[in-house]
Design a protein around this ligand. Structure first.
Ligand code: PLP
Length: 415
């Protein structure tokens, strides 16, 4: 008999949580939706939808500019959201929290300002073999511009980073290390504390792509002593088009500005412009005001449930999913890390992942197929892509059971 762990952590009432997410009540092809594409984006709780509506209905106005009432309310709510997010990641100062468009935008920002402010020809930047394209390409562009060199921490067959190789890559030429906290394609949780400790021993700053971490586990930037992190609101039960760059104040103060425009300046003349203080220095132009306020509401919702409770529940859920998927004939996991979070990638026999994905969809099961914006990972395993099931706080045992039934049925038809 398969060991079935008790996944109902007492602190989480999953049935109640599910009722907070209107989209989970939708049907697909007349079947109840099984939404297992949470690494791509999460669904939004009613409180976030209400917050967005309230903003547009009652105080839509530009921030930081008007003396009138609406603008003051919008500015207060926007800054309140920043405070909530700073508290959530335990930033020492709320001005270390910059609103961006998302993870991609945050990484591009740091790659750009590092390129202009720090990097010299021959310098090196370290990423890892399991990065999302958005933690590869911005660094490649910058390295090409500056004549710098991109170095890659290799991984093994389990989808785990080869830490002894990382140690060897660190050198006097390394200017920054930028790695995923959790891999979006494999679910691997990387040993970020060790990565940071080794880099800091050489005074090298570290950026974490936390796009797949911040919704699954407590993340304390001071405890990690990380220099920069990036994440997206839409993967954290918030709106699309908004995200966060966290950066230590001493770094953000000394790095050059990114985009120029309104709000990021103190004074402008044709001879010289002086720049605003943090966080405004990195928030040129009208920001995504409703998105920021909506993300604040999402983070508050997560805090009320408790990220540590979500973490404990999801750890058991992932274990349950691995156990249940192991019963499928011909299924092999792509990546078998000791510590996995949020996502499981697999293939069945020689069935193409797209074919499997289509037949799962017809059964109301939404998973993702393809390279998951991590082509080097697919090249490493010599596969065209994977089927990826990814989880959120509202995923329950029934979702996993229906996934397994659907995979068995689809594989039976395709064999
Ligand atoms: N990094 C990782 C690890 C991701 O999983 C993703 C999105 O899937 C991104 C970066 C890019 O996020 P966004 O498209 O929200 O900017």
């Amino acid at each position: 008999m398969q060991h079935v762990p008790d996944i109902a952590a007492p602190a989480l009432d999953i049935d109640k949580i599910r009722k907070d997410f209107p989209l989970l009540q939708e049907k697909v092809y007349g079947k109840p939706l099984v939404y297992l594409d949470n690494s791509a984006t999460t669904q939004k709780p009613q409180v976030v939808l209400d917050t967005l509506e309230r903003y547009y209905k009652h105080y839509n106005s530009n921030v930081h500019r008007g003396v009138h009432h609406l603008s003051q309310v919008a500015s207060e709510e926007y800054e309140a959201a920043r405070h909530i997010i700073a508290g959530f990641i335990n930033a020492a100062h709320s001005e270390e929290v910059i609103f961006t468009k998302g993870t991609t935008d945050s990484i591009n920002l740091i790659a750009n300002v590092f390129g202009r402010g720090v990097i010299k020809p021959g310098d090196e930047v370290i990423v890892s073999a399991m990065e999302h394209h958005s933690n590869i390409v911005p660094w490649q562009i910058m390295c090409e511009d500056r004549g710098a060199v991109l170095k890659v921490i290799p991984m093994d067959e389990n989808g785990e980073l080869m830490m002894s190789e990382y140690t060897k890559l660190l050198s006097d030429k390394t200017r920054i290390v930028s790695v995923a906290y959790v891999s979006n394609s494999l679910g691997t949780v990387n040993p970020v504390r060790e990565i940071i400790a080794q880099a800091h021993a050489r005074n090298i700053p570290v950026m974490l792509d936390a796009a797949q971490a911040v919704q699954h586990m407590p993340l304390d930037v001071q405890e990690l002593d990380v220099d920069f992190i990036a994440f997206s609101g839409h993967k954290l039960y918030g709106p699309t088009g908004i995200g966060i760059l966290y950066g230590k104040r001493e770094w953000l103060d000394k790095l050059p500005p990114y985009q120029g425009g309104g709000d990021m300046i103190k004074t402008v003349t044709f001879a010289k412009t002086t720049y605003n203080v943090l966080p405004f220095k990195y928030e040129a132009g009208t920001p995504d005001i409703s998105g920021a306020i909506g993300l604040g509401a999402a983070v508050k919702y997560v805090q009320e449930i408790g990220i540590e409770h979500i973490h404990a529940y999801e750890e058991q859920l992932v274990q349950y999913a691995v156990e249940q998927l192991s019963t499928v004939e011909g299924l092999r996991f792509i990546g078998n890390p000791k510590h996995r979070s949020g996502a499981i990638s697999f293939l069945v026999d020689t069935i193409h992942p797209y074919d499997l994905g289509e037949l799962l969809d017809k059964q109301g099961v939404a998973i993702r197929t393809g390279h998951h914006c991590a082509e080097p990972v697919m090249d490493f395993f010599c596969i065209p892509g994977t089927v990826r099931a990814s989880f959120g706080m509202y995923t329950n045992k029934e979702d996993i059971d229906r996934l397994v039934v659907a995979v068995n049925r689809a594989a039976g038809m395709l064999r």
